[in-house]
Design a protein around this ligand. Structure first.
Ligand code: BGC
Length: 378
């Protein structure tokens, strides 16, 4: 290639750049072009080798993965409880097989790492716990699943009350520890196939404001990239991964990213009777009227518009209705959300496998047929 020709600006080139760029987002015909308005010297601005224009969007590989993910299920209440089993479920091999047989092809694995790492630098993850999670990740990958491994319920980070059995660490090292934990996960699992995705944090909220989260996600990603150059990393917006908060999310300058949203609207329906919600939502709410269906369609399509505009796939990482709702309504709701996500070409993962939203009854060891059919069937 002629050395004087303008070359595409590589991310590594940009990262080591000696001048600062401000980013401006221009929306044009559904495409976002990020123009770097660089405030460096004149010769730098005119540098033909590093033109100050960058188009950023997900690499084709990320889109391929998003299309290959298929129906997804959250293995919830297993590893995101203070310790595995405390919330009634462990990640049994027979659940992996059952989920596969039912037709699920992605498992999102929520993990409460914060409870299993030292409180002092270098924040070493408990070896037995790391090996246990690794075993399950490997079993899932060997079965053929895409696996979305996340960091879940880091209560102190969001400023929430701790659960029984949790410990607090020195406030001053909270974020450094978060990054340190991810650095270890990255090194430990860096050799796994592209079917393993890392999701940096479930539902940042509270004192993890959008601006704090954008900074922390960027710093964490840089650490993860040391050991996982092209692994897909999933980053959702603050405000509990609300699709309507996507506009507050600054995607780091990286081509191997996906975003994620959680969608529990209409909340009065999905969370009726849920013990952890304040104020409690009264029971007896049905779904789905035309108005409720609109709320669902609009929320999911809001995420799709962001995805189209920004050029990154969006995973619908959680949706579901608590068991206090009537089954007929849950089935209708579940089918409607799944169909809306399919229409928006968004991969999805239902919340969750075998607990209070569950598609699987772990006592009878069978799937709840209607609910499962709403996800996998027509
Ligand atoms: C939380 C669960 C909760 C679910 C629905 C998840 O992100 O981790 O504890 O049951 O959302 O509210």
């Amino acid at each position: 290639m002629n050395a004087t020709m303008p070359q595409p600006l590589k991310l590594s080139t940009f990262a080591s750049h000696r001048w600062q760029c401000r980013w401006r987002t221009g929306l044009a015909a559904g495409l976002v072009t990020l123009l770097a308005a660089c405030g460096g010297s004149e010769d730098a601005k005119n540098d033909p080798v590093n033109p100050p224009v960058v188009v950023t969007h997900a690499d084709a590989k990320v889109w391929d993965i998003s299309r290959a993910m298929g129906p997804g299920i959250n293995f919830g209440n297993m590893f995101e409880s203070p310790s595995e089993g405390e919330w009634g479920l462990t990640a049994k091999p027979e659940y992996i097989q059952a989920a596969w047989n039912a037709g699920f092809r992605t498992v999102r694995l929520p993990v409460r790492w914060s409870n299993h790492a030292a409180s002092q630098f270098p924040y070493t993850i408990d070896a037995a716990f790391l090996n246990r999670v690794t075993t399950v990740v490997d079993q899932l990958l060997a079965r053929g699943f895409h696996v979305v491994l996340n960091m879940h319920h880091h209560r102190q980070l969001d400023g929430d009350a701790l659960d029984a059995g949790e410990f607090a660490v020195d406030e001053a090292i909270l974020e450094e520890r978060f990054v340190g934990i991810w650095s270890q996960i990255g090194h430990h699992l860096g050799s796994r196939s592209d079917k393993l995705l890392f999701e940096l944090y479930n539902e940042p909220h509270g004192r993890m404001t959008a601006s704090k989260w954008n900074t922390l996600a960027d710093t964490t990603l840089k650490q993860v990239r040391i050991s996982n150059k092209e692994r897909v990393v999933v980053i959702g917006p603050a405000s509990y991964n609300d699709p309507y908060a996507l506009g507050t999310l600054t995607m780091p300058l990286d081509a191997y990213l996906m975003s994620t949203v959680h969608f529990y609207q209409p909340f009065a329906f999905t969370h009726q009777g849920a013990t952890w919600v304040t104020p409690p939502q009264p029971t007896g709410v049905a779904c789905c009227s035309a108005e409720q269906a609109n709320v669902i369609f609009n929320g999911i399509h809001h995420a799709k518009y962001w995805s189209d505009a920004m050029g990154y796939p969006v995973l619908l990482g959680e949706f579901g209705a608590y068991s206090a709702a009537d089954m007929t309504s849950r089935v209708t709701y579940t089918r409607l959300v799944r169909q809306s996500a399919a229409q928006a070409n968004m991969p999805w993962a239902y919340w969750e496998f075998g607990s209070s939203f569950g598609v699987y009854d772990p006592v009878a060891n069978t799937f709840r047929a209607e609910l499962t059919n709403a996800l996998i069937g027509n």
